[in-house]
Design a binder for this molecule. Structure first.
Ligand code: DGL
Length: 280
């Protein structure tokens, strides 16, 4: 049972991902908003989400959001495209009004989509993402709502998250799978001039992705756009800003053991951190 909801007036901003990927977003957010407190939760015990059904991703995500609320967060960022694509809308429309209408959950697809207009000249955009995100059609739908003239071509990369989660993103073996999906995407549409990395794990594969993507094609990593958009959200929502504590602290939680989480988390963050294991 939730003991904190409605009682505490302020707390850290919750950042959630199925595993390590959200750390790439958190890093950029902390850079843009160093004064805020953050609480990161990675559901490493149940990752990957990208190959799971809508219902399962929704249930897992909701559980984690509730946990972050229990831990004192008033605002939670789903730093996971798969969760943003499959769970965000139901949580915002159905669950939040029941749980606590004053709390907020935001996703990362919208800020990414908003930035695409300025980047593409050919109006042909490629998307590399998990099978779940691709199947949800969230990116083409959101992009075409704002920019109907943009053609979006997607490629699902089911093996990329497991490669990253198992610390293989720099290995020679990873080249094979990176090249395969990049080639497949570009073969579907040779007018693509911008590729969205629509999974928060993929920035870890960026050196390899860059190797196989022609230089004239831009690659969009979400972190800086999400960070800019969150900063802007805080200006526009002073009532939520007042609910966020500002001591520049960040704590890390995982549903796996802390010993398992830490080595890979350091890889994502380039710094040593402390982490605690929690059960949901
Ligand atoms: N990091 C998540 C995303 O941005 C996906 C990881 C997973 O498949 O669990 O889509």
């Amino acid at each position: 049972m939730n003991n904190n909801v409605g009682l505490d007036k302020s707390g850290p901003i919750g950042v959630f991902d199925s595993g390590y990927g959200g750390l790439t977003i958190l890093k950029q957010i902390r850079h843009a908003m160093p004064e805020y407190d953050f609480l990161y939760l990675g559901d490493n015990a149940r990752t990957p989400y990208g190959t799971r059904s809508f219902q399962v991703v929704y249930e897992y995500t909701l559980e984690c959001v509730k946990k972050l609320f229990d831990m004192g967060c008033h605002l939670v960022i789903l730093a996971c495209n798969t969760a943003s694509a499959k769970a965000l809308r139901t949580i915002q429309q159905v669950d939040l009004p029941r749980i606590d209408a004053s709390r907020r959950v935001l996703g990362i697809i919208r800020p990414t989509v908003e930035s695409i207009d300025a980047l593409t000249k050919t109006r042909h955009v490629g998307l590399l993402a998990t099978p779940g995100t691709v199947k949800s059609l969230s990116y083409p739908l959101e992009i075409n709502k704002l920019f109907p003239d943009i053609t979006v071509t997607a490629e699902a990369c089911p093996i990329w998250v497991p490669l990253v989660e198992s610390g293989e993103s720099g290995s020679q073996g990873a080249d094979f799978f990176v090249k395969r999906h990049v080639d497949s995407l570009l073969a579907k549409d040779n007018m693509i001039d911008t590729i969205i990395l629509g999974c928060t794990h993929y920035p870890l594969l960026l050196p390899k992705i860059r190797k196989y993507v022609p230089e004239n094609i831009s690659i969009l990593s979400q972190g800086e756009y999400v960070a800019k958009s969150l900063r802007n959200y805080m200006y526009r929502h002073p009532e939520m800003d007042a609910c966020c504590t500002k001591n520049g602290k960040c704590s890390y939680f995982t549903t796996e053991s802390a010993e398992t989480f830490l080595p890979n988390a350091s890889l994502f963050l380039n710094e040593r951190i402390q982490a605690q294991s929690i059960s949901l």
